[in-house]
Write a protein that binds this ligand. Structure first.
Ligand SMILES: *[C@@H]1O[C@H](CO)[C@@H](O)[C@H](O)[C@H]1NC(C)=O
Ligand SMILES: *[C@@H]1O[C@H](CO)[C@@H](O)[C@H](O)[C@H]1NC(C)=O
Ligand SMILES: *[C@@H]1O[C@H](CO)[C@@H](O)[C@H](O)[C@H]1NC(C)=O
Ligand SMILES: *[C@@H]1O[C@H](CO)[C@@H](O)[C@H](O)[C@H]1NC(C)=O
Ligand SMILES: *[C@@H]1O[C@H](CO)[C@@H](O)[C@H](O)[C@H]1NC(C)=O
Ligand SMILES: *[C@@H]1O[C@H](CO)[C@@H](O)[C@H](O)[C@H]1NC(C)=O
Ligand SMILES: *[C@@H]1O[C@H](CO)[C@@H](O)[C@H](O)[C@H]1NC(C)=O
Ligand SMILES: *[C@@H]1O[C@H](CO)[C@@H](O)[C@H](O)[C@H]1NC(C)=O
Length: 368
């Protein structure tokens, strides 16, 4: 079975986390004022041995591949894969800003079981990612001591969709391990200590507490995603992958590639559910060129790529992007990957063409 190889992967990507019993924590609460929804990540430490599918069910994670990609796990791990107790994993979820704070977008929903109290649900089942008072407030429960078996509770996970210091980021709710420090966390996630302290309203780095949930802004790869795309803004942190456009497109983020999303056709089929009326994935050409999504051609200092630009109910969008790979007077994109992907002023010249791919016409070409 896959478990031998899987265990090895887990040793590489997860960190055993014995969290100290702790005094009252400030409730996790991240500022968020963006108008668009986004994807976020949060750590989870299962209280007992479990499986990928049980954790996905607990957090309403729909796609196995998104779960695997968020943890940079191999794509061939199955949903019955065993997850050991007390080992940290990352959960992907949708975030929405409301009244200045970010919360998971009306999910996950937890069904109260016999013997549950709000404290147990918050502290054990959801590993202190929320407090019982936050669950009570989010669900309009007047008396936190009174919940009923079978009652459905929205678990409001903390998150944010805001840019940080002008950078496109994926906000990651990091559960602080006992013995950790702000400087260790800063180094591990390539964020400055000052940014962590400011974003989390921590006056002194020594005030960090075990099992506190920190807002860590992970620098993200981006692409020329259209604002009207169903997956806008579609950002991925370094070292992760995800599927989008009804599973038809696979994107990866490698910080070494100028923080530009690397997307290509996935070779998967769209899900056969009513959310997608695609029976097959469309071809993904860049109009006006002979490039397909993910193809690049280089000539001299410029590399032309057929980039992913989002999707709608009917189509997948592409955009021809030209990246200047020679260092300019102020340093090339290698020296400043973020501004290259964000503003296009230092090397990313977009001579874009968005291609509307009408499924019916391309679909029929594909099937035969
Ligand atoms: C999963 O893929 C890896 C290569 O990425 C391979 O070595 C391994 O044997 C595969 N496992 C299974 C169960 O297919
Ligand atoms: C494992 O933990 C989950 C979440 O707290 C709980 O629902 C489940 O009953 C536990 N399973 C066992 C075997 O203890
Ligand atoms: C992030 O990583 C880059 C490349 O490894 C490095 O140059 C930079 O100093 C790091 N930044 C922080 C804040 O750690
Ligand atoms: C969050 O927003 C509030 C209201 O704008 C502000 O007072 C507070 O300082 C912010 N917190 C952090 C950590 O930035
Ligand atoms: C990106 O992730 C890789 C490992 O996946 C790591 O080696 C590299 O330092 C990271 N780069 C940045 C800038 O975070
Ligand atoms: C273009 O992309 C397609 C689909 O990913 C791939 O099969 C093909 O090999 C690529 N062609 C070139 C020239 O890179
Ligand atoms: C299904 O596809 C057709 C053809 O592309 C499109 O016109 C229609 O709006 C789609 N319906 C939904 C519900 O997405
Ligand atoms: C391609 O992307 C760029 C950058 O977002 C944008 O300015 C341009 O309008 C896009 N092309 C089309 C045809 O939409």
């Amino acid at each position: 079975m896959a478990s031998g190889a899987g265990t090895m992967f887990f040793r590489v990507i997860v960190f055993s986390a014995i969290v100290a019993v702790c005094v009252a924590q400030p409730p996790p609460r991240f500022n968020c004022s963006s108008t668009s929804k986004c994807r976020s990540l949060i750590d989870y430490i299962p209280p007992n041995a479990t499986t990928v599918q049980d954790v996905m069910k607990l957090f309403d994670v729909k796609h196995l591949l998104s779960f695997l990609g968020s943890n940079n796990l191999p794509m061939n791990i199955s949903s019955s894969f065993a997850l050991p107790a007390f080992q940290k994993i990352k959960i992907p979820f949708n975030c929405k800003c409301e009244n200045g704070i970010g919360l998971s977008d009306k999910r996950p929903i937890y069904k109260v079981q016999s013997g549950n109290t709000l404290d147990k649900i918050a502290e054990i089942t959801f590993a202190r990612l929320v407090t019982s008072l936050q669950i009570a407030a989010a669900n309009g429960i007047p008396d936190p001591n009174k919940i009923n078996v079978g009652q459905e509770l929205w678990i409001p996970l903390p998150c944010s969709c805001d840019d940080v210091e002008g950078n496109k980021v994926v906000h990651y709710g990091h559960l602080v391990e006992s013995g950790s420090s702000v400087s260790a966390i800063a180094t591990r996630f390539n964020v400055s200590e000052a940014t962590i302290l400011k974003l989390n309203g921590i006056a002194d780095a020594r005030d960090l507490k075990a099992s506190q949930v920190l807002d860590i802004p992970l620098k993200a790869c981006s692409s020329v995603i259209r604002q009207d795309s169903l997956d806008f803004p579609f950002l991925l942190p370094n070292g992760t992958y995800d599927y989008t456009a009804n599973n038809c497109v696979l994107c990866e983020c490698d910080a070494a590639k100028n923080m530009i999303l690397d997307c290509k056709p996935s070779q998967l089929k769209p899900p056969s559910q009513k959310s997608s009326n695609w029976s097959t994935c469309p071809a993904m050409p860049c109009e006006g060129s002979n490039l397909l999504l993910g193809n690049s051609t280089a000539s001299g200092c410029s590399t032309t790529t057929c980039a992913y630009a989002g999707f709608s109910k009917q189509t997948i969008f592409t955009n021809i992007s030209t990246l200047n790979t020679c260092p300019g007077p102020e340093g090339g994109p290698q020296d400043n990957p973020n501004s290259a992907s964000r503003t296009g002023s230092q090397g990313l010249n977009l001579v874009g063409l968005v291609v509307f791919m009408h499924l019916l016409s391309f679909g029929s070409l594909l099937i035969q």
